[in-house]
Every structure is written in C-alpha cells, then in structure tokens.
Ligand binder design. Structure first.
Ligand SMILES: Cc1cc2nc3c(=O)[nH]c(=O)nc-3n(C[C@H](O)[C@H](O)[C@H](O)COP(=O)(O)OP(=O)(O)OC[C@H]3O[C@@H](n4cnc5c(N)ncnc54)[C@H](O)[C@@H]3O)c2cc1C
Length: 430
C-alpha cells in the first residue's frame, strides 16, 4: 500500500495511454506514480512537422510535471523501467531502484521495427521519437548545405535524394511535407540548388498507399503526392542499404544518403520472455485488459491491447486512450469496493492523414473524405487533442503563417551534446 495505506498504482509510460490513465486517476483514493524515460508527453501525430522544420520540438511535447503540479495524488518520475518482479510486485529502474506497486499499468508503446534487416536498421533514421525528428531535420538541412557546395555530380545527386520507406500515414505525411520544404528552400535559401534537383522517393511494399484506408483514399494520396513532386513506388520492398545507396527488392539501386524509416513498429515492454504474448509480440491481456494470469497488472496501447477472442486493436492513439479510461475506471471501482464485470470494447471513430498543404484524407464512421475539407477536419482534430494551450496556439499560428507565407521557419541545424546527468536519468547510461 502507498502513503496512508492507499493502494499504490504505478503507470509505466506517459504516452497517450499512460497519461490518460494517470489523468483519470487524478483525485481517486489511490497514490499514483507515473514513470517515463522522458520528462514530457509526446504528441506523435505532429512529429513529422518537427522533422520538416515547421514546428519546434517544444510545440509537440508537454512537460509531465506541469500536467500534475496541482494533483494531490499523482506524482511523476523520470526513469527507465528495465524489469518487473511480478511475485514481489516491484518494478526495477535502470539505476537499480525498486519501486513497489499494488496495481501496475504498462503503457510502454512501441519502437521501430526493421523486421530483422540490420543493414537497414543501421542506415535508416526512424521517426518515432523527438530526438529522431530533430536528427532528421538536422540531417536533411545538412544534406542541402553540403550539396550546395559539392563539386562531384554523383555525390550531389546522392545528397539530394531522399528515400522514405513506408506508405502508411507517417510516411505519406513526411514525404509530402519534405517535398514542400525542399521546393521552398531550393533556389531561395540555396541559390545554387535548382528547384527540381532534389528528389523524394516514397517506397511502399503493399500495392497501394495508406493500406489501412479505403483504396480510393490511397489513390488520392498518391496523386496528391505526385503533384508535389514525390515519386511513389508501390508493391516493392527495400532489400538493403549502405551509407550511399538503397537497394529495392526488384534490383533497383537508388543512390542516396538518406533513408527514412516509417514502415513498421513493434511492441516494447520491460516484461521479458516469460510474459504471455500474441504472435505479434504484443502482451496478451484478458477482456478487462489485465495481463493474462496477473490480476495486478494491466497492459494497454501499442504494447498490448489485444484481447484473446477478438482481433488486435490498431496501434493508434484512440485505442490506447480508450483502454486507459477503461483501466482507470476498473481501478477506481476496485479500490472503492464496487464490483463490475465490464468488457473493454473499442469504438473506432475513424482515422485521418495529411498529404500536404490543403490536402488530407479522412475515414470517419464509414464516410470517406479527401481534399481541403478533410484537411480542415485534420487541423481541428489535432489542435483539439494537442496538450497545452500554448502548444495549440503556437501550432495554429505556425500553420496559418505557413499557409499564407509558405514558411518553414525552424531551419536550424542544432546538435545537442549529451549531458552525463541527463543521460543517466533517462536510463541511457549507468
Ligand atoms: C510519427 C508517428 C505519427 C503517428 N500519428 C498518429 C496519428 O496521426 N493518429 C494516431 O491515432 N496514432 C498515430 N501514431 C500512433 C500513436 O502514436 C501510438 O499508437 C500511440 O502513441 C500509442 O500509445 P501508447 O500509450 O501505447 O504509447 P506511446 O504514446 O508511444 O507512449 C509510450 C511511452 O512509454 C515510454 N516508455 C517506453 N518504455 C519505457 C520504459 N521501459 N521505461 C519508461 N518509459 C518507457 C515512452 O517514452 C513513451 O512516452 C503515430 C505514431 C508515430 C510514431
């Protein structure tokens, strides 16, 4: 039990699932400790805008201590959880600390999945974390700097060819935004680079883009990207990569210094090999989202969310948030002695993706929308869900300015030096 004999709830991961759960337990008769390796909540849907110099990192991230500074029962700790002792009910952090729990909620999300292709994993830049988004921004701008003074034609071409792998929403959004950035700066910031010289290639293994959407919307995205100068290759996978080229499975070799990976993620959790899992490696949970065979542990979001009888839930933010609300309700009921046998049911409210300025696709309750109206809906939904008043205003302001002035203002190459104390707190060194 926690202070004053109140049950102690430990939530690992402060993404969409973990943060929602902690907020729903704010004010409940439990002591909550929210743990994350970062000290901020990350709004992943806008990460590609950080990577393409439209938004600042701070516009899409929100400090977790600020969220709970008025809370009486929710505390935050920055730490990396590396193990769970299910028998003694303790989580272990990278610094060796053991933290006891009465209920544990695992909401640790997912990491990039390279499907065992180590060459590609070594060469590619992912788009999953804020660090990766800033690295990608630095990398693309540095390629332009180097290309603008490069005398060797082959090398210049390599520097100006950008390969994006994965034609799901992230790949489509990034490719569209990157191509807009390149068109904006070529010939202006970089007078030595001609407008058509930079090339963006989007590679998707399945027959059409946006596989999770209706085929009509995938075709719309392909046309809209084509109008923005993006070359789309569908039905072919990336086979290998080295520092100067990418080879596709059909034998095509693309000379490039950049490969951006958005072709898949896999679940990530600190439970180890003996935890019950689905074939997808996501944690297996019962219909109440408890880990199979462990009544005190819940697992939600990308890390789990797969109930034994039904299909796996999509790895998206709405299932993570809905599961979090369900778990918070269950914990509240349990600690106040109320009994209930409620089965978790996911309500699919739809999905959307942008392709570029004024162009998006949306699938809402069976309705398929493409174009400007879908883009306005996309803006509305993302501003609504973005955390923090300041972030909403700044994102809206940046989009408005970009719309009227074609501006991508954050064109700075900024490489932070690792700080030993910050590295230790984040669990990256002991
Ligand atoms: C670029 C991108 C764009 C996306 N766009 C959309 C979109 O438009 N719409 C949509 O619905 N979904 C989108 N998604 C998917 C969505 O982000 C995920 O499905 C959602 O974040 C899952 O929520 P979660 O709580 O399971 O995990 P996350 O939100 O990923 O949170 C996991 C948290 O756990 C922390 N963590 C992990 N392991 C540990 C550990 N061992 N110790 C401590 N902390 C740990 C991480 O730091 C992270 O904060 C996008 C994803 C990406 C990468």
């Amino acid at each position: 039990m926690g202070d004053g004999e109140r049950p102690r709830v430990v939530i690992v991961g402060a993404g969409f699932g973990g943060l929602t759960c902690a907020r729903r337990l704010d004010g409940a008769p439990v002591d909550v400790l929210l743990i994350d390796r970062h000290n901020y909540h990350l709004f992943t849907p806008l990460l590609y805008q950080v990577a393409t110099a439209l938004l600042n990192p701070s516009d899409v991230a929100y400090p977790l201590r600020t969220v709970f500074r008025r809370s009486r029962n929710v505390r935050f700790r920055q730490a990396e959880v590396v193990g769970v002792d299910r028998e003694r009910r303790r989580v272990r952090t990278a610094t060796g600390e053991e933290i006891p729990y009465d209920r544990l909620v695992l909401a640790t999300g997912s990491v990039d999945n390279y499907f065992g292709n180590e060459e590609v994993a070594r060469e590619a830049i992912g788009l999953k974390t804020l660090e990766q988004a800033v690295r990608l921004r630095n990398h693309v701008l540095a390629c332009l700097e180097q290309a603008s003074v490069e005398a060797d034609r082959e090398e210049r071409r390599r520097l100006l060819t950008f390969v994006v792998v994965g034609g799901g929403p992230t790949g489509v959004e990034y490719a569209g935004a990157l191509s807009e950035l390149l068109r904006l700066v070529a010939g202006r910031d970089y007078p030595d680079l001609a407008r058509g010289e930079a090339r963006v290639l989007l590679v998707e293994g399945r027959p059409h883009l946006l596989p999770g959407f209706a085929p009509r919307l995938g075709r719309y995205a392909e046309r809209a990207l084509g109008r923005r100068g993006v070359e789309v290759r569908t039905g072919v996978q990336v086979a290998s990569a080295d520092p100067g080229s990418v080879r596709l499975a059909d034998g095509t070799v693309v000379a490039s210094r950049t490969i951006v990976w958005s072709a898949g993620v896999r679940p990530d959790d600190p439970l180890g090999h003996d935890a019950p899992r689905r074939r997808s490696r996501r944690l297996e949970v019962d219909q109440d989202l408890r880990l199979a065979g462990a009544a005190a542990i819940f697992a939600i979001g990308d890390a789990a969310g797969a109930v034994p009888s039904g299909p796996e839930l999509p790895m998206l933010s709405p299932p993570a948030m809905q599961a979090a609300r369900h778990v918070a309700r269950t914990i509240r009921d349990e600690v106040s002695g109320r009994r209930r046998d409620r089965v978790f049911r996911y309500v699919d409210k739809g999905t959307m993706a942008t392709v570029g300025r004024g162009a998006a696709v949306a699938e809402l309750q069976g309705l398929h929308i493409a174009g400007f109206v879908a883009w306005l809906a996309w803006i509305f939904v993302h501003v609504y869900y973005l955390i923090g008043f300041r972030n909403r205003i700044l994102a809206l302001g940046s989009w408005g300015l970009n719309y009227v002035r074609f501006d991508r203002p954050i064109r700075i190459i900024l490489q932070a030096q690792p700080d030993p104390v910050a590295e230790r707190v984040a669990g990256r060194s002991r």
